[in-house]
Each structure stands twice: as C-alpha cells, then as structure tokens.
Ligand binder design. Structure first.
Ligand SMILES: CC(C)(COP(=O)(O)OP(=O)(O)OC[C@H]1O[C@@H](n2cnc3c(N)ncnc32)[C@H](O)[C@@H]1OP(=O)(O)O)[C@@H](O)C(=O)NCCC(=O)NCCS
Length: 399
C-alpha cells in the first residue's frame, strides 16, 4: 500500500465581499449545485433582481482567492410587530459550493450579512432555514410560521353576502395597496408579515400571471397554479369586502377545484366557511434575530396596558452591541432598552436566541424548558408573556 505524503498547502483565507455584476454567472453556478437549476425562462428575471441587489450592495459572496464559493442576498423589508413596522433584513438564497461545505463558509457569510444589516439600519433579520443549526449558532430562533391553506373553490363561490364595489388593480395602485395593508395590520395588531418596498409591489402587480382587484378597504392578488388558483394576498377591512374578494376567487370554480392561500391561522375566512380548510395544511417555519436590540424594542408595538420594568442580561457573541445588562421598560404602548450595568436583583438572562424567540411571542415557560432563558421570577414571567404575547406571528411570503 502506498502512502501519499501530505503537503501543507497554504490557502488564501476565505473572504466575504460585495458582489459585482461580473460575479453573477458564478453565483448561478453555485446556486445550481446547491438548490437546482433555474426554471426555464426565469434566468433573465433573476438577473434583473440580482443586478439591482448588486447596485444596492445587497448581494454578498465569500471568495477563495478569485473564486466565488458562496453567496446570499439581503432584502430591505419591514416586519409587522404588534401592528407597527420594524426595519427587517430578509436573508435569502444562502448557498455554498459543495466542495467548500463543512468549513464554516456559511457562518462566515452570515457574519458579513449580519454586519450589513447593522449598516443598513435593519433592526431585525429573518429567514427560512434549510439547515436550522447554521442559523441557531448565529443567534436566530424560530419566530413564526408560513401557512398555506386549501379550500374548495365552490365553497368560496357560494360564500355570498358581498357586494363591495371592486375594480382591477394596476401597478399604479402599489401605494394604495400598501396603505390598505398598513391599516389592516395596525388594526389587528398583527405580528410577522413582511412589508415590501413599493417598487417590488409595483412589479408584482405588473406580472402577466397576477390578477388583482381592489375595494375601498381591501384587495386580493391571485394567480393560476396549474388548474388550481393560488391567493398571494387577500386583505379586507370589513365582512362585506372579505366576502366580495373571496367570491371573486371562488367564481373560478368551474375550472379550479381548489384555491390555495397563504393566511394567518386566525384569518376570518376560517370562521366564515361551512367547511374547514383541507387537513393537509402546509407549514414552513421562519427564524428571527435581533440586530439592534434597543432599536427593535423601541420600534415595535405593544398591547394596550402592557407594563414592564425588567432587568435583563443578554448574551450575544455575534453582535456585542446587543450584549450586556439592560433595563427593559414598557409603558403606554412604548418600549425602551437602556443600559443598566448595576447588579440588579432577579435579572432575567437571555441568549440572543432567547431574546429573538421572546420578541416573537414565545411563552417564557417554553424558553425556560428549551434552555434559552434563565433567572428572573415567575411573577415577572406572567407580565412578560402579557407584553410580548398576542396573535401568533405569521408570514405570507417566502424570502
Ligand atoms: C446549508 C449550507 C448553506 C451550509 O453551509 P456550510 O458552509 O457547510 O456551513 P458551515 O460550515 O458554516 O456550518 C455551520 C454549522 O452548521 C452545521 N451545518 C452545516 N450544514 C448543515 C446541514 N446540512 N444540516 C445540519 N447542520 C449543518 C455545521 O455542522 C456547523 O455547526 P458546527 O460548527 O457545530 O459543526 C450548505 O450546505 C448549502 O449550501 N446547502 C445547499 C443550499 C441550502 O440548503 N441553503 C440554505 C438555505 S437556508
């Protein structure tokens, strides 16, 4: 048996940097090896979005010398938390060349993305994890779900009771649709949904396969999915508008047997139909991380009557500015996190994952059993749950 002498070859360090348009072919190659080939015809659309991301410094890669081995994108979103919008960096398209996996490349890339979120003033970050441990190690934790329900189109057709005046929506209605969303999310004190930049909403409304109708206090955007229909978003401020918009989609029942829709688990349609949604509801879970803890706690909404004056200690290896001893104060619908270096009795201790899960409304008892919260008191836990709890956080979009 021959033994091969091992020679120590010095490799240039793996370095993250902003991508240029010249790197995009290499990104397409790593993506193909990581998540599959792009659907025929979608390359041009992907390149359009990627060029914008390059121009806005939202596309970052890791290089081995001149060779691109990993890439991902940041989106400038907002996210609703108890009815208020908080700047959020959506992370998507994390890919690592198969030859470079298992060497900390994704972790390196994510470190650069967290830093970029900080620079852009994004107070939160969210993503859909294909490999949970990669993101847990970086302080992300599950924040909520994305639920896809399926209804019989004929049930929706027969909903009736809606005669709200409607018209077709066009790309010029982007600002109007965003206003309607703002009203409904604020009124419902909703948590989780993503707020898109107006230019993206414009583009969405201009897509050839998108059908959109708008009423005074709501809208629906839907499309064909094979011979079924798929609702991308339906927002309604009143029962009449909800019935009108769902009936429009259900009027496709002569061709479409099923209507799929991304919805909150507590969406009113569940209470309006005579039949429950199909048992096989799809659920994907997304993860959340606080990038700027004081900013994120000040920007979000709080339930009426929520009151906290709580000494906490946060550990955060990746974002040291979040770490340390704080006083969390919530009163009159406003929150603040102030440095509080004192000893502080009964201080609640949270890891960055614990803080993210708490922000998303996870009960204190869950955080304790999962080992991501310690200290504090049982009495404080009840008040913490009342402040952070509320309707379950959900998302409609895949990032
Ligand atoms: C998932 C992926 C991005 C990981 O890249 P990577 O460079 O190998 O990851 P890292 O080396 O930085 O790993 C970080 C940690 O996550 C763990 N990890 C990595 N890949 C994992 C996987 N597939 N499943 C579970 N854990 C994984 C590692 O063990 C490591 O933890 P450790 O330090 O405790 O050992 C890469 O395998 C990939 O591109 N896969 C295909 C595309 C994909 O799934 N993208 C993710 C979209 S969210």
């Amino acid at each position: 048996m021959h033994q091969v002498a091992s020679v120590a070859v010095s490799r240039p360090a793996l370095q993250p940097r902003d991508l240029t348009v010249d790197d995009l072919d290499a990104v397409i190659d790593v993506r193909a090896r990581s998540i599959g080939l792009m659907a025929p015809g979608s390359r041009e659309e992907w390149l359009r979005g990627a060029r914008t991301a390059v121009a806005e410094r939202r596309l970052i890669g890791v290089f081995d010398g001149d060779r691109l081995v990993s890439a991902a994108r940041v989106w400038d979103f907002t996210q609703w938390w108890c009815g208020r919008q908080v700047p959020m960096g959506g992370i998507g398209g994390v890919v690592v060349d198969p030859e470079y996996r298992g060497r900390g490349v994704a972790s390196r890339l994510m470190g650069a993305l967290l830093h970029r979120c900080q620079e852009r003033g994004l107070m939160l970050s969210a993503l859909f994890p294909a490999a949970v441990p990669v993101y847990r190690k970086l302080g992300y934790e599950f924040g909520g779900g994305r639920h896809r329900y399926s209804f019989l189109a004929d049930e929706l057709r027969r909903l009736g009771g809606g005669d709200a005046p409607l018209r077709r929506a066009t790309p010029d209605d982007a600002a109007l649709l965003l206003d309607l969303v703002t009203q409904v999310r604020a009124q419902g004190a909703e948590s989780g949904p993503v707020g898109w930049p107006q230019a993206e909403v414009r583009e969405w409304l201009g897509e050839e396969d998108t059908f959109a109708y708008v009423a005074d206090d709501g809208f629906v955007v839907y499309r064909w999915e094979g011979s079924d229909l798929q609702v991308d978003e339906l927002v309604a401020g009143t029962e009449t508008t909800a019935r009108t918009l769902w009936s429009i989609v259900g009027s496709g029942a002569s061709i479409a047997r099923t209507v799929h829709a991304y919805l909150a688990p507590y969406d009113p349609i569940h209470l309006m139909l005579g039949r429950e949604a199909a048992k096989a509801t799809e659920q994907q879970r997304w993860m959340l991380r606080l990038i700027d803890a004081p900013g994120a706690l000040a920007a979000r909404g709080w339930p009426p009557g929520a009151a906290l004056d709580l000494p906490i200690e946060v550990s955060d290896a990746e974002i040291p500015a979040n770490a340390g001893r704080w006083q969390l104060h919530v009163a009159d619908g406003l929150g603040s996190l102030d440095a509080d270096p004192g000893a502080g009795r009964d201080r609640l201790r949270l890891s960055s994952r614990g803080l993210a899960a708490l922000y998303a409304g996870t009960p204190m008892a869950t955080l304790r059993v999962a080992g991501i919260a310690t200290g504090g008191t049982a009495d404080a836990d009840r008040r913490i749950d009342a402040a952070f709890g509320g309707p379950a956080a959900f998302m409609l979009d895949y990032l």
